[in-house]
Ligand binder design. Structure first.
Ligand code: A2P
Length: 273
């Protein structure tokens, strides 16, 4: 056993592990499309985070490795860590990260942070999670956290992607949450899932911004329009979408919250992709 472990170490760490960085092992990798994949890895016992936060990850492939902010897609209680990523052919990290295999080493900085946390919102009845693309990752974490359902009666999770295949990770995640033996009962009837595409034809099409401003989202789900008295919003995805949804929320009287000053909506700006 010891020899096997040493052999793995030798294989995957050609460069020394930088100080104050965890070196973890990939346990599984799933590819969804040419540009989307997810992976799971071991979690250091001392790595603590709140569901919805992001961490800095990198690879041991240089003396000074490139680190990028990645929302943790697994919930805070999970004994492993999960991440959901794009693949960029010439992306400084993702061109290499997309090739990882079980057993490989991924580096993780020790501190997590972020604004898409339940603590940054004041209490409400209905929580909207608005995502585009891999901006869904922090919601994959929060949807699996029982605290979300302690704090909110109903969760409406939306994801907008160009093509139908881009929705597979979140489709499977939401189905998995509903069928989960531990959390399924808690979420029963309380998670509404609203997925749309903008390029490929699908049953539900259009940018979420248009679907909100035209009221389609609310009529489709049979819920009242956005109301600061009852609703809270979390937003993660492309920068243009963040800004547009923020404008919509502010026009409806919502106030942006933070860890220091919880309020009605939160935006994750560290997200890239
Ligand atoms: P669209 O196809 O109309 O650009 P991307 O793949 O470029 O990161 O975009 C992911 C999804 O986010 C796409 O479906 C895209 O729609 C949508 N999107 C891009 N910009 C905005 C925006 N400003 N508001 C709402 N949705 C947006």
């Amino acid at each position: 056993m010891q020899n096997a472990a040493l052999a793995l170490d030798a294989k995957s760490t050609d460069f020394p592990i930088p100080a104050n960085v965890y070196a973890e092992r990939v346990t599984s990798v799933t590819h969804y499309t040419d540009s989307l994949f997810s992976f799971r890895m071991t979690r250091p016992a001392t790595f603590r985070f709140r569901s919805g936060e992001f961490a800095m990850i990198g690879l041991p492939n240089a003396a000074k490795p490139v680190f990028r902010a990645y929302s943790v897609a697994s919930p805070a209680w999970d004994e492993e860590l999960e991440f959901y990523s794009i693949k960029v052919p010439d992306g400084p990290l993702t061109q290499h990260l997309q090739k990882i295999q079980p057993g490989d080493t991924v580096l993780l900085r020790q501190k997590s942070t972020g604004t898409l946390v339940l603590d940054a919102l004041t209490p409400g009845k209905r929580l909207y999670m608005i995502a585009t693309g891999t901006g869904f990752a922090p919601f994959a974490s929060l949807l699996r956290d029982p605290e979300t359902y302690e704090k909110f009666d109903e969760v409406i999770v939306t994801n907008t992607c160009r093509d139908v295949a881009d929705l597979r990770y979140c489709n499977e995640l939401v189905s998995g949450v509903r069928e989960d033996p531990l959390i399924g009962e808690l979420v029963e009837g309380r998670v509404r899932y609203y997925a749309t595409t903008t390029r490929e034809t699908s049953p539900r099409m259009g940018r979420i911004t248009k679907l909100i401003t035209e009221g389609t989202l609310f009529t489709d789900l049979g819920v009242p329009p956005l109301d600061r008295a009852t609703d809270r919003i979390m937003i993660c995805g492309s920068m243009a979408m963040l800004n547009d949804v923020k404008d919509i929320a502010e026009a409806a009287g919502f106030v942006e919250g933070s860890n220091a000053a919880p309020a009605d909506f939160v935006v994750e700006r560290a997200f890239v992709g």
